[in-house]
Design a protein around this ligand. Structure first.
Ligand code: NAD
Length: 394
């Protein structure tokens, strides 16, 4: 069939398999060019199909020749409809990894569940023996607690007082006023349950209990801090409390299992998760303009290559005073942030495309779903039903 983008709010409900393959190929090329010795060899990526997790899988495989096991929650093609982007990304990744002689298998299902953890345990036992790197890169709106079946929902709300600011309607390309009501204690609790460190700890517990962690194993979860303009909705909001809980979990993991455990603070990039956060698309559009002018613009793959090559497996991990890795350092450069703060109050719907790089934001958003890539002929019909060869099914 011929597949066109169908955008609903901040998601695109269609995806293009050839476009996704092209994007994956571009990321693989960046990783290959950064090849280095001493990287991980057997990597488990939780949240491996899009965004930072996909780039972590690609970086592991193509900078260091690692075997990878990926866990994600994606939609296959059903009744002739396109699969989700993460499904097609995985089809493309596995094809390239296999062609390079690398092991690549995938598990599609709810990473919060005991069943998926058990499947991962059995797969590592059978195929890999142990893993030497575990990347935790989930971004999810809800979690069913496997202990008692309680459903928790995460939310993006300020804490303490109402947040009023401008935001960007990315469909209309218009600046709008937003007003967000403060979270209740229950909102905070639920968001921590979904996006905090609880599930990361459960993963490390089950892997340790089954003796599947190599003695030099490292584990990393991803976090974000960002600029003051987003603090009410991010760092000081419900999601920020959940991200603080990752710091707690990281220390617990390191103490309990005696391995290197880190929270890496990454930069703001366009992903399916970030496009859903109020205010953030406007911030990213301004940031992209400034970082491109300065020559420091990075996407997911450049960030993760730098994380692996220079920090995790480089000369120095370089932790901040709270013990976190900071690959958001170029974003948080005071000169960059001063320019963001200067531009922020000036942006209107009329000057949006002059003062910010909303064009690049929109391009990257479409590319998340495999659209807008020059090398793809979108007028040609394509097969939508593409199997993931290394998919492990019960
Ligand atoms: P994303 O939406 O691109 O990826 C989320 C991944 O989680 C996908 O692979 C998806 O399939 C998987 N997933 C979601 N729910 C799942 C479930 N129940 N079971 C199994 N898999 C599930 O998101 P992203 O932006 O790459 O975010 C990943 C991490 O990076 C998050 O912790 C996020 O806070 C952090 N981060 C993101 C940014 C940013 O700007 N995007 C910046 C810094 C840190």
């Amino acid at each position: 069939m011929i597949i066109e983008p169908k955008i609903r709010g901040f998601v695109c409900i269609t995806a293009h398999p050839e476009g996704c393959a092209e994007k994956v190929a571009q990321e693989i090329a960046v990783a290959k060019a950064a090849h280095f010795e001493g990287g991980p060899k057997k990597v488990l990526v939780i949240g491996a199909s899009t965004g930072y997790g996909l780039s972590s899988r690609i970086t592991s495989a193509f900078t260091s020749g690692a075997d990878t096991l990926g866990v994600f929650f994606e939609r296959p093609s059903i009744n002739g409809k396109p699969a989700s982007a993460g499904w097609y990304n995985t089809v493309a990744f596995e094809k390239e990894a296999n062609a390079a002689g690398l092991y690549a298998k995938s598990i599609n299902g709810d990473a919060f569940s005991n069943e998926i953890k058990d499947t991962v345990v059995e797969t590592i036992k059978q195929d890999l023996g142990k893993v030497d790197c575990v990347i935790y890169s989930l971004a999810s709106p809800k979690r069913i607690d496997p202990a008692d079946g309680t459903i928790y929902k995460s939310c993006l709300k300020p804490i303490g007082s109402t947040f009023n600011n401008i935001s960007l309607d990315t469909n209309k390309g218009e600046i709008q006023e937003v007003s967000l009501e403060p979270a209740t204690d229950d909102d905070i609790h639920q968001t921590v349950k979904v996006m905090g460190g609880d599930d990361w700890e459960l993963w490390m517990e089950v892997l340790a209990k089954n003796d599947l962690l190599a003695s030099d194993c490292k584990t990393v979860a991803y976090s974000y801090i960002g600029p003051e303009v987003t603090w009410p909705i991010y760092k000081n909001g419900t999601i920020g409390v959940a991200k603080l809980d990752l710091d707690r979990a990281s220390k617990e993991i390191s103490n309990k299992y005696g391995l290197e455990s880190y929270v890496s603070v990454n930069k703001a990039v366009v992903t399916q998760a970030s496009s859903a956060i109020p205010v953030v698309p406007l911030y990213i559009s301004i940031l992209y303009k400034i970082m491109n002018q300065k020559g420091t613009h990075e996407g997911c793959i450049e960030q993760i290559v730098r994380l692996f090559k220079d920090r995790l497996y480089g000369e120095s991990t370089e932790l901040d005073s709270d013990g976190r890795i900071r690959v958001d350092d170029w974003e948080m450069d005071p000169e960059v942030q001063q320019k963001v703060a200067d531009l922020w109050p000036q942006v209107t719907s009329d000057n949006l495309r002059q003062l910010t790089d909303f064009n690049l934001y929109q391009k990257e958003f479409l590319e998340l779903f495999g659209f807008g890539l020059e090398s793809v002929d979108y007028s040609q019909p394509v097969e939508v039903d593409r199997p993931i060869k290394g998919l492990i099914t019960d």
